[in-house]
Each structure stands twice: as C-alpha cells, then as structure tokens.
Design a protein around this ligand. Structure first.
Ligand code: ADP
Ligand code: MG
Length: 286
C-alpha cells in the first residue's frame, strides 16, 4: 500500500446544534504523499489547527474520512495509540505541556508509554535531544523550567520526535520565538526531513519560512482549501492571497517591483538567497 494521507470530504462542526455552532472545516479533500514537506498556511481561524488535529485522531470528523497508509483512522474501534505513534503532533506552545522534573524524563515519557525497553528508550531520547540541537549530557538532568524559551520548545519537540513518527505535524513551532531560535528550529526540522524522509506538515503564518522550506503549500481560508501547489505556483496568486489576508514573501514584492521598473529580473523569486543571485546577475549586466 502506498504510504500517504488521504483526506476525503472532511467537515468539522464545533458545538453542533447549539448557538455557538461553527463550521471549522468545510468538505476538505487533500492528498499528502509520503515524504512530502507541506506548509499549511492561512489566516487565524481558517481551520489549520482543526485540520491537523484530525490527522492523529484527536478530533473526530463531523463527516468525511481520513485514510493514513491505507488505514481509515476515522472508523470505530481504531486504536488511537497506534495512530499517535505513527503521526506525531507538536501543538502550539508545546513547552506548556512539559511537566517532568528533568529533560530526560520528559522526552522519555512518550517512548516509555509505547512500552519500549529501557535501552531503546535511552537511545531514542539521546538521539531526539541531539536532533533538536541540544547537548544530551548538558541538558538531560536539568529541569525544563531552567531552560530558555527556545530550548524548552526544543525539548517538547524532541518528545514527539522520540516516538519516531512517520508523519510529523508542527503547529506554528516558531510562534513567539526570537529570530535566532526560530531559524534554528526551522533548520532542525529541515534536517529531520532530509535525514529520515518523514512526512512533515508545518503550520505557519510566515510566508518567508514556508517559502524557504516546503515542497508544497496548502492555503486554507474559512475552512476551505483556497489553493495548493508548489511555492512557485501558489505565490503567483498575489491578488488571491492578499484578498484572504495573506500575501507573498516580502522579497517577492521587491522582485516584482524591480520587474515593473523594467529591470530584467525574474518575478518568481521567494527566498533572499535566490533574490541575491538574481540581483547580482543584474548588477553584473550593467
Ligand atoms: P487556525 O488554527 O487556522 O487559527 P482553528 O482551527 O483554530 O483555526 O479554528 C477554526 C474555526 O473553528 C475558528 O472559527 C475557531 O473560532 C473555531 N474553533 C476552534 N477551536 C474551537 C473549539 N474548541 N470550540 C469551538 N470553536 C472552535
Ligand atoms: Mg491554529
């Protein structure tokens, strides 16, 4: 069976039948292939968090199906434990959920719950802590509460990575971090993807971050998928993106402006690195 996530006619209604009823997802259809790095983007309230919480069984659809690796996880009697081992979900502000007295214990919590041998747990904890860019020996016995905000966030991510999920979903993993911590976490997520070829779904509202990292973007708007495609395809739709409160990366606006001024530069540039090459080319020409 081909390893993938298939979302079929997924609708989610909160508070069904009472005055607070909200349709958060409206008949969503999506296919995500194994190994894809997906950027899920959309304005606040567009349904991103609701969507991803369906992928590990935390929320149940009001209607529709979710099939992961050929297995319908929305069927009655499905083991949520098994799903959660396959699909790791890092919530927004995951450090708020750290609770153990040491970093080691916090990261080991999930693997221990899977019933793994102590030795295997140790290997996984060490590997996960190093994968998120922390030094195992330095942090293992420390209290998560003594660490910086960025480090705490990484410990929380390590706890999910240590479960060795096939799909890793991160809900705004850089929210509230300073630029340096943000760049570090993003580059570690990228390294994880490259090293293990796991499927990654990164929820973000930063066009800059998404443009740099992902294979494909899914744009949500009011519970619907407004657009999906490679960054180069999605960022062509400037007017549509702006109409739903988004936009394209700042650097893309700059390139478009240069193009408009008659400079022979490409407009389909989304990262600072590519812009630099293009601008250097232009300068050499003059
Ligand atoms: P996003 O993550 O894109 O900001 P959400 O999935 O959190 O969007 O929210 C989608 C819609 O569902 C919003 O209108 C939001 O107010 C509503 N919503 C989210 N969570 C709940 C909840 N637990 N109860 C009721 N409504 C909710
Ligand atoms: Mg959200």
């Amino acid at each position: 069976m081909f390893m993938s996530i298939i979302i079929e006619n997924l609708t989610h209604i909160y508070n069904f039948g009472n005055p607070f009823e909200t349709k958060a997802l409206n008949d969503i259809n999506l296919n995500i292939e194994k190994g894809e790095f997906i950027g899920l983007i959309g304005h606040t309230g567009s349904g991103k968090s609701t969507l991803i919480q369906h992928l590990n069984g935390l929320l149940k659809p009001s209607s529709g199906k979710i099939i992961i690796n050929g297995f319908d996880i929305t069927k009655k009697g499905v083991s949520l434990r098994e799903i959660r081992q396959k699909v790791g979900l890092v919530f927004q502000y995951p450090e708020h959920q750290l609770f153990e007295e040491t970093v080691y214990k916090d990261v080991a919590f999930g693997p221990l719950n899977l019933g793994l041998e102590e030795e295997e747990v140790h290997i996984r904890v060490k590997e996960a802590i190093e994968l998120v860019g922390l030094k195992f020996e330095e942090v293992k016995e420390r209290s998560p509460f003594e660490l910086s905000g960025g480090q705490r966030r990484r410990v929380a991510i390590a706890g999910v990575v240590a479960m060795k999920p096939e799909v890793l979903i991160l809900d705004e993993p850089t929210a509230g971090l300073d630029p340096r911590a943000r760049d570090e976490i993003l580059s570690q997520i990228k390294a994880l993807h490259q090293k293990y070829n796991i499927t990654i779904i990164l929820v973000s509202h930063s066009m800059e971050d998404i443009a740099k990292l992902v294979d494909r973007i899914i744009v949500m708007h009011k519970g619907n998928v407004a657009l999906t495609g490679k960054p180069s395809e999605v960022f062509r739709n400037v007017a549509l993106l702006e109409s739903i409160g988004l936009g394209v990366p700042q650097i893309t606006y700059l390139m478009k402006m240069l193009h408009k001024l008659g400079k022979p530069v490409r407009e389909d540039i989304f990262t600072i690195e590519d812009a630099k090459k293009e601008i250097l080319k232009l300068m050499r020409r003059n």
